[in-house]
Design a protein around this ligand. Sequence first.
Ligand SMILES: N[C@@H](CCC[C@H](N)C(=O)O)C(=O)O
Length: 321
Amino acid sequence: MNIEYIKCHGSGNDFILIDEITHSYPFTEEERRKISILLCDRSTGVGSDGILFVMESKKAEARMRMFNSDGTEAEMCGNGLRCVARHVIEQLGKTKVEIETEKAVLSVSQVPQIFEGIDTFSVTIEPVSFKADSLPMIVEQEEAINIAIPELSNQFTFTALSVPNPHIVSMVEDYEQEELAAIGRKANELHEVFPNGVNVSFVRTIDKNKIFVQTYERGVGLTNACGTAMSASSIVSTLLGPNDLNQPIVVINKGGLVNCLVEKNGESYSIQLRGNGTNVYQAAVEVNIEEGVWKYSKDPEYNQEENDTYEKLKNYAASQS
Ligand SMILES: N[C@@H](CCC[C@H](N)C(=O)O)C(=O)O
């Protein structure tokens, strides 16, 4: 099967975007899983954190399905949704569209640039729930806010929330990356507490309304950034840290930065996640799914200027962390 794709990223969280609206690929569910494992592999595949399948929708301008590099499907993907937002916005020549995701139809739009030269997309992250059941997380309390999870750590405390994929977030003063990786791995093996796995984030306060977030992603491992995790972390840092509702929070990550605006309506939270949706290159691959092999049928064509501009944002972000 010949598959055209765009290699894209949101804050260095990179994806293979496959447009099933302009190309009708006859993927079965099992094939989507196998293609994700085959192509996302960093040593033998194209290499990426996941695949974004852009599909027809009856409820919105398009539908996004996101598969992690281990072939599991996630309920939501914030950085990926910005890449899909850009793709659909450019295809339709609009500045605002709606995208269907597994749990909700979400508004996405093009907004003023967060950094010079960086086309910026805003995506709404909701529904948000602190109910342990919503992750699910098996715990005595109905909500797990700033609690110890001795199976994971004797040092850090965690807050659990779904946005709507599952996250636990710890506000830390300092940490070693290896500690986060070890806790992330443990959490995703602890099926008696997290039956569907969980994304694990460490949040460091840099200043008021400025945080650094790193995430061990379910189905992937440590990534440069995770959009839903930065959204979840922004909420937790308004609850437990110095950050404000309705004020843009600058979230620095290993791959760049985004802005998160946390809003509260009654008891419900939502987040406006704003950042890049960078197209790194376009290419095509010939894939034999049964044999698990692939080769380029069209070599990558890089968007040099766009990539160079993003490097400037990345360097700036590194100077801020
Ligand atoms: N990187 C994504 C989240 C991808 C899914 C996640 N690994 C999960 O399984 O929930 C983001 O930007 O939100």
